[in-house]
Design a protein around this ligand. Sequence first.
Ligand SMILES: Nc1ncnc2c1ncn2[C@@H]1O[C@H](COP(=O)(O)OP(=O)(O)O)[C@@H](O)[C@H]1O
Ligand SMILES: [Mg+2]
Length: 458
Amino acid sequence: MTHTDSTRRPVGPPVLQSAEDISPVQPGDVVGRYRIAERIGAGGMAEVFRATMEGEWGYRKQVVLKLVLPELASNEEYVELFLDEARLTAALAHPNLPQTYELGVHHGRHFITMEYVHGLSLWKVVQRSRERRMLLPVDVSLKVVGQLLECLSYVHHATDETGGALNIVHRDVSPGNLIVTDEGAVKLLDFGIARARISEHRTAAGQVRGKMGYMSPEQCRGLAVDHRTDLYATGTLLYLLTVGLGPFEQRGDFFAMVQACAAGEFPKPRDLQPGLDPELERIILTALALRPEDRYESAGAMLDALDALALKLKIMPRTRGVAATLRELFPERPPPPPLRRRTSSRVMRSVTAPRPGSELATEPQNAAAPRASAPPPPPVPSASLMEEDDESSAMTTVDGFTPVATPRVFPTRRVAVITAVVVAVVLSLAAAIVAVTRPEPDNVPPPVPLKQFPEKKV
Ligand SMILES: Nc1ncnc2c1ncn2[C@@H]1O[C@H](COP(=O)(O)OP(=O)(O)O)[C@@H](O)[C@H]1O
Ligand SMILES: [Mg+2]
């Protein structure tokens, strides 16, 4: 068992320790009250473990333990950033943020423990859908981005105990810092480079931090940033999810990306995906405006625009739709506990995504340290359509790009609704008969073969 320093340290200077004096943490080691289970990730500043907190009477809780990298444990600037992350996230509580539990220090390495979020990073979801030559259904993309905006709205308006604005800007909104849970919830991670009133002195203008491909023009140029930088990054995500490529992904190299970003040069979404709804393109372009004052003024305003779009498209973005898509993309994942109703038809279609001209993919380089190797480019998909079951009500495809739901909450055509109900009842009965005669190993119905999707616009 390893020794752990006090985790109830009073306010004071951080503990700094040189890398040579630090032995690596292994599965089975005990750090504070936590036993390390496995290493689940590492970023520029910390390594991340799944760990278990064990108490008496069989109490066990899974947590994530984030430890400063050994080589940075003596770097005061990084350690202060890490402490900022801990102090900042401790002050926040929102359904789309993992809850922080504790800040401690173990053999000279500071650590944070937090809620373990069981799911997949959005980057993995994007990669898998590229492998499958698919785009996520628009309702799924809107739900993912909508949850992020709910979270950002909360974060941007967060206050301290006295009601003073904290002025938090995350600055690193990117697919690797978002986890999509099996239930379809999206959680924003990694406030490692977040800027807030309490840390302003350490994040002066002139420093470039963030991930290339998602950084705002002002961030690329090392200028001062505000909450609209996060809205820009959210725009790049919406672009990535609905176009299939990041806005700067076709640039030849890292510096070309920086240049294009600083100049606001990227292909319009509909140039790459002509079937994309014009209003969706308008929303993306507003979020990606070069000048912050031309973007949405707040996360709430952008969310309103997405809600209005969903209404116009007659789709209903829901977490269960996200969950169903995740099951579709990752059939190898163990199914979630059986707490859902029987499913009905849902459509997920493949699209003609552009082949990137670049070797760079969109979960790329940290600005400070570009990586040499690049993730695989997205495939060139064929135009086809795939059907999938989930818990949504009957779906009908109305545009040439994405499935569009006809949800129960839009009773515009009574006859259509009644017909849909009758069809649903008949299908449910048929499904029930099939379920009785041929039990499935899990709740996910078998995939339906791909179909050609007719070229048709709204
Ligand atoms: N609370 C969490 N639950 C599950 N996985 C997590 C959690 N926090 C981090 N991770 C995993 O660890 C990776 C790195 O964590 P992150 O906070 O982004 O660290 P860094 O600052 O080093 O980038 C994430 O991409 C994610 O896969
Ligand atoms: Mg990260």
